[in-house]
Design a binder for this molecule. Structure first.
Ligand code: 13P
Length: 294
């Protein structure tokens, strides 16, 4: 069922776990992550990358995702990941997305603030949750990820972005990258701790795929409340499809069922690692109590 993003992330922040936000690319992956979360009784965030929103026909994937989340027996919500375009964000809001990311990280701090504020000003009165990004989170294999380039988010910029926009959550660059690492990331855990003190919104870690488990645990201990994972699910889906096709299987339902099961196992491992397993029943109970005391 859909539970308010604010309630889910505040619970994670308060009680010291992180909610996995899984990128999905088709219905196989969406169903896999929702089934994983149901079986683990864990809260989960379902988030298409913005590039997949038009690719999967905007409202078609938006409405299908909302229905899948509504009928799932766990606490979940729908978030649009990495939107840089104001119009697409407005389209997602009109489509019923419960949360949107406004990624102004490629802009100057002033431009990032202006873009993020223009989104928050629309989203907040409608009860839509927002996420902003700051600093640069690299893409392995696309950007220059050499050690001497430091694009870690600066504390003073983060404070400005949160205070001047009223954004609900923040994804600061702290050393992780999108994609599959060629060497372990160098995460600036000290910066995470400083940001937890400096801003009072939940912090989001991007680039969860391939980040060593002990780094994930420590990042959560330092105060990370939401962790994005995409590439590991995508690769598992592709590998599983290939395996079935190589075996000569021709029935799409059988091929998909196998891929879904494999992706589900990856998602379950993340839910456990992030400490989210077993956290959904309380969130659902509290959401129900709120409804009846209104
Ligand atoms: P990975 O694909 O590296 O897991 O990153 C996902 C992400 O951060 C999406 O915003």
């Amino acid at each position: 069922m859909i539970i308010s993003p604010k309630d889910i992330l505040n619970d994670a922040k308060k009680t010291g776990y992180a909610v996995p936000a899984f990128n999905y690319y088709n219905l196989d992956v969406l169903f896999a992550v929702l089934e994983a979360a149901e079986e683990e009784q864990a809260p989960v965030i379902c988030q298409p990358y913005t590039a997949y929103y038009p690719f999967l026909h905007y409202e078609v994937i938006g409405n299908a995702s909302l229905e899948a989340i509504r009928t799932a027996k766990t606490a979940a919500y729908l978030h649009l990941d990495h939107a840089t375009d104001h119009d697409i964000i407005m389209r997602a809001i009109a489509n019923g997305f419960t949360s949107v990311m406004c990624d102004g990280s490629a802009l100057s701090i002033d431009e990032n603030i202006a873009l993020t504020k223009s989104v928050v000003d629309v989203a907040k009165p409608l009860g839509i949750y927002t996420e902003a990004e700051i600093g640069r989170i690299f893409r392995v294999g696309v950007d220059d990820c050499s050690d001497d380039i430091d694009e870690t988010a600066r504390v003073e910029d983060c404070v400005r972005l949160v205070q001047e926009t009223g954004v609900d959550s923040l994804a600061p660059a702290v050393g992780t990258a999108h994609g599959v690492y060629t060497k372990p990331p160098k995460i600036n855990f000290g910066r995470i701790r400083e940001l937890v003190q400096a801003v009072d919104v939940p912090l989001v870690l991007h680039g969860g795929s391939g980040t060593p488990d002990e780094m994930i645990r420590y990042a959560i201990e330092c105060g990370i409340s939401k962790i994005n994972v995409g590439t590991e699910l995508k690769y598992m889906w592709s590998r599983s499809m290939r395996k079935m096709l190589d075996k000569g299987e021709k029935e799409p339902r059988i091929i998909s069922a196998y891929a879904r099961e494999q992706v589900k196992q990856v998602a379950k491992d993340k839910l456990r690692l992030f400490g989210a397993s077993g956290k959904a029943p309380k969130l659902i109970r509290e959401a129900g109590e709120k409804l009846f005391t209104k």
